[in-house]
Design a protein around this ligand. Structure first.
Ligand code: ZN
Length: 470
């Protein structure tokens, strides 16, 4: 075990900025309620006008804090709010991302109050979007307002991107990023759309998994064949597919595709220690699902397997006769959807090619096998010891008086991969939602204390990132 050390004392932020934040407390709270009152549901076409209203609301506030080039930039669907405050010559440029759209509010009957009539009660903001992600937008705008109230500018150059399709697949974002590449040049990206760890423990998300999704099709003949007349002399697509799938993964949970692990960045001792520090309760996780046992790749803990190791799963398969009773056929064809969750630095296309080649190699004779790429998403990782991650950690430590935990998420946030791979930026995922905040669920809430301390953490963050090596 590592030595235990007392948590550091929280350190106050600059007194003038603290005073400005205290003076604006009511206004900041009112701003979040205002923003959360607009039903910016990206998935529902009837809310398209609300998307524009929300985007304009943000743009107007960016202009008020002296942002330049502010634009509600059209896309094929919902606009992206862009702007910049570049007043720190020679300092690094940080690309800041939040999203202003929200999930649909249904099932409405499970809300104790109207989702778009937000309020504060018992130390919590309650309403759709207060945590995911409008609270973060207001925290960031609040910091800019407090800086201006004291006659200052951020210590870094900030470029703002507020998206309106995060809850709807971020379809327009990639094209938009490609089109505006030159206006997005930066030294690092900060994404505020995540949260703390169980028990509201401050955390930084350092990694997200990517994905490679494929389909395997096995064909024998144009139609099903009589199993009495042809059984024993022709191949069987269902048997063949079962054999192929069985060969993809060993009983030890290791994926058997040659080269599959070649590009996996090994976990450092420090990272494995950080995962131990999460004190993940495997038994509680198991019974919470519930399943009879947790299984997976030998040699790794469950928390490592679900966030920091790649995996492969069959998502669906179908073939032959599926009705009641018996039908004596040899199926004409068999199919499976197969996906892999990827970790840095695996590439979806390379993993697909390795899968395709391996499947072709192990396919039995007598059938035709085809593997098709369906979609892919890149994994991302900004290591614990990266200067940007360290700056975020120092900011959290100063405000919350504890060292943050470091989390590797099993899922993906599309924008992260876009910033990491398309723009080549290190990404810091720093957000202040509680794990129990009901994001995407009825009665969404955000702790007022997280909102206040989160705001002060951001004040620190811009100062800390000013020393980021360029
Ligand atoms: Zn979100």
């Amino acid at each position: 075990m590592t030595e235990t050390h007392a948590d550091p004392e929280p350190q106050p932020i600059d007194p003038a900025i603290e005073a400005a934040l205290q003076a604006s407390q009511e206004a900041r709270s009112a701003a979040l309620l205002d923003l959360a009152r607009i039903p910016s549901i990206s998935a529902l076409p009837e809310h398209a006008p609300d998307m524009v209203v929300t985007a304009e609301w943000i743009a107007e506030r960016l202009r008020r804090v002296g942002a330049t080039d502010v634009e509600v930039s059209p896309t094929a669907l919902h606009p992206i709010v862009y702007g910049r405050i570049h007043e720190a010559p020679d300092a690094p440029t940080i690309l800041l991302y939040c999203h202003y759209d929200v999930q649909p509010a249904d099932p409405l009957e499970l809300w104790e109050t109207a989702p778009f009539e937000p309020f504060v009660r018992d130390g919590r903001f309650v309403g759709r979007g207060v945590a995911d992600d409008k609270g973060h937008i207001v925290m960031h705008l609040s910091v800019l307002e407090a800086l201006r109230a004291t006659g200052r500018a951020p210590a870094v150059n900030l470029t703002f991107v507020f998206e309106g399709e995060e809850e709807y697949g971020s379809e327009s974002l990639y094209t938009w990023i490609e089109q505006h590449r030159d206006r997005l040049a930066a030294d690092a990206a900060v994404i505020s759309d995540t949260g703390f760890f169980e028990g509201n423990r401050p955390a930084i998300t350092v990694g997200l998994r990517g994905i490679m999704y494929a389909q395997i099709d096995v064909e024998l003949s144009p139609v099903d064949l009589h199993s009495g007349m042809y059984g024993g002399v022709v191949g069987n697509p269902a048997n063949a597919l079962a054999g192929i799938i069985a060969a993809l993964k060993g009983p030890d949970g290791r994926i058997r595709i040659p080269g599959f692990y070649d590009d996996v960045v090994p976990l450092t001792a420090e990272e494995r220690e950080a995962m131990v520090a999460l004190a993940f309760d495997e038994e509680a996780f198991r019974t919470g699902i519930p399943v009879s046992a947790l299984v997976g790749e030998a040699g790794w803990t469950a928390i490592e397997r679900k966030g920091a190791r790649p995996t492969l799963d069959v998502n669906g398969m179908w073939s032959g006769f599926q009705g009641e009773g018996a039908k004596t056929i040899i199926p004409a064809h068999a199919h499976a959807k197969v996906s892999t969750r990827l970790v840095a630095n695996q590439q979806p296309r390379a993993v697909f090619e390795a899968l395709r080649d391996y499947v072709a190699e192990i396919a039995p004779p007598g059938v035709t096998v085809r593997t098709t790429f369906i979609h892919g998403g890149e994994p991302s990782l900004t290591p614990i010891d990266h200067a940007a991650t360290k700056a975020a950690a120092r900011s959290i430590r100063a405000v919350f008086g504890v060292d943050p935990l470091y989390v590797r998420e099993g899922g993906s946030i599309p924008v992260t991969a876009a910033f990491d791979h398309t723009l080549g930026l290190p990404v810091v995922l720093l957000g202040f939602m509680q794990p129990a905040s009901n994001a995407h669920a009825p009665n969404e809430w955000l702790d007022v204390d997280n909102f206040e301390r989160g705001t002060r953490t951001i004040v620190r963050l811009w100062d800390e990132l000013a020393s980021l090596p360029r």
